[in-house]
Design a protein around this ligand. Structure first.
Ligand code: ZN
Length: 210
C-alpha cells in the first residue's frame, strides 16, 4: 500500500499523539495507532519487545527498535542517513519515567548494543526538561526555558543513562544526574511534588503578569 504520509509515534502518551486528528481523512495518509499491537502490525515486528525492523521510506530505510519501559508501545527510530537515533521519552535531557523498570533497563541495554554497532551521531529525545545547570530541571509545564540543556545527547550519555538505571536496581525513587533525572517509581508522593512545583511556577508567572 502506498503511504504518502505516515503518522507514527515514538510512543502513545497523550502529548505525542495529540496532533493525530489533524491528519485524519487526509489522502494517502496512514495514522499508526498508539497501542503496541498497531505498532507491531504496521511495521511488521516479529519479535516484541526485543525486535528490530526496517521501514523503507523509498530508498531510505529507517530501523525501528522496540523500546518499551517508558511506554508499552514505545519504539526508537534510527536513521542511517543522518546517524540520528530518535529515542522519544526513553532517553532525553529530562525526566525519564521508567513506568516498567525492568523493560526500561532491557531497552537501554538494547539501545546501547545497537548504537555500538551503528554510526550514531546524535541521540535525540522528545523533550528538553533540564536546564544547562547540571542536575537542575525546569518545573513541569514550564513554557519558557531560558538557558536550557541542548536536545542532542551523545552515545556516551546514552551509556550513562543505561549505567545509572542499572545501578538503581530495585530501588524506588528519583535519581538526579547532571543531564537527566530517572524516576524509578511514579509514587503519588513524587508525582504530587513534581506537579505542585509546576503549579507554583505557573502561578508565579501569572502573578508576575498582573
Ligand atoms: Zn512519554
Amino acid at each position: 500500500m502506498f503511504h504518502a504520509l505516515i503518522v507514527a509515534h515514538t510512543h502513545g502518551h497523550g502529548d505525542h499523539v495529540a496532533g493525530d486528528t489533524q491528519f485524519a481523512g487526509c489522502p494517502a495518509t496512514t495514522i499508526v495507532g498508539r497501542e503496541p499491537e498497531a505498532v507491531q502490525a504496521f511495521f511488521g515486528f516479529e519479535q516484541w519487545p526485543t525486535g528490530t525492523v526496517g521501514s523503507d521510506l523509498g530508498g531510505r530505510v529507517l530501523e525501528l527498535i522496540a523500546a518499551t519501559g517508558h511506554h508499552k508501545s514505545a519504539v526508537t527510530i534510527y536513521d542511517p542517513w543522518t546517524g540520528i537515533l530518535l529515542t522519544g521519552d526513553t532517553v532525553m535531557p529530562g525526566r525519564l519515567y521508567a513506568f516498567d523498570f525492568d523493560a526500561f533497563t532491557d531497552t537501554l541495554d538494547r539501545l546501547v548494543a545497537f548504537s555500538s554497532a551503528r554510526k550514531v551521531n546524535h541521540v535525540l529525545g522528545c523533550h528538553i526538561e533540564m536546564t544547562a545547570e547540571p542536575g537542575r530541571d525546569f518545573p513541569l509545564g514550564a513554557t519558557f526555558q531560558p538557558n536550557e540543556h541542548a536536545l542532542a545527547m551523545t552515545t556516551a550519555q546514552l551509556i550513562e543513562v543505561r549505567d545509572a538505571t542499572k545501578k538503581i536496581g530495585g530501588q524506588k525513587g528519583v535519581f538526579v544526574h547532571d543531564d537527566f533525572i530517572i524516576y524509578s517509581d511514579m509514587r503519588m508522593r513524587n508525582q504530587l511534588k513534581m506537579m505542585s512545583r509546576g503549579l507554583a511556577h505557573r502561578l508565579g508567572q501569572r502573578l508576575r503578569r498582573i
